[in-house]
Design a protein around this ligand. Sequence first.
Ligand code: PBG
Length: 327
Amino acid sequence: MSYPEIRPRRLRRNAAVRRLVSETRVDPAELVVPMFVKEGLTEPRAVASLPGVLQHSRDSLRKAAVEAVQAGVGGIMLFGVPAQRDETGSGGLDPDGILNVAIRDVIAEVGDATVVMSDLCLDEFTSHGHCGLLTPDGGVDNDATLAAYAEMAVAQADAGVHMVGPSGMMDGQVGVVRRALDAAGHQDVAVLAYAVKYASAFYGPFRDAVESALEGDRRTYQQDPANLRESLREVALDVAEGADLVMVKPALPYLDVVSAVRAAVEVPVAAYQVSGEYAMVEAAAANGWIDRERVMLETLTSIRRAGAQIILTYWAVEAAQLVRERY
Ligand code: PBG
């Protein structure tokens, strides 16, 4: 009988050794929490399909932003839910629209203590729910939408946002936004490009959170889940147009894409763990079928290991607290 000399199990024998050799850690500074604020609310409201996530009032948003800073999260991504919508999504461009007002509120509250980011897209503001302006035959008009994004970016930067997140998947959006920001004197405002965004069914609960009016789908502008090489093309274009960071979305079903993007570019890579990813885990945990905290940290660790330095996740604040206790 011969026994093995080389025993990988020696590096797993107790928590101290495992901690020493652990290759990947989730750092609160690299977590970004998405937050929703709804015009006209006096009290925050729960989102049924996203347990634990709220539609904030302006007041509760300010408090939540302070809590996020105290937990040490690296950033806050803001989404606005307007009281009224129209064909052109004018509420997104209006300096007094809910998202721009919320940016001002959060900046007034937390200043530079964390990175304040805003979604730069029209879908929350349009009556038809698409990410852009429509052509007479109901398609999404790329170039007319770009002009709206340029104006929206400047309105968000005027409100004080640190980083804008163009997420509408219009061709040329990063370049147009960059030039508009520069022309308005906002050279310091960074562009976090949703460079890779799939036409995913995992966005379902998000659409409840923003009360999206969308009927149909976004397949003429968001990507086909079957394609990987196309993502590298999208990322290369966004970097060439001036993206400061690039994001892949969703995260867990697309870890191969995260990994390929990480290898392809030198700018920081983010991944968005989207609403459906979160809701699946919460639903299974609520049934007692999985260990909620362990699964939460395992998903975040895996996204990190695949190559995303920054993770947008609805668990950001809780995960930040959890990893503090564990490491
Ligand atoms: C577009 C946007 C969406 C999400 C983030 N930005 C929705 C969409 O493209 O349909 C989804 C995020 C999530 O599911 O958590 N404004």
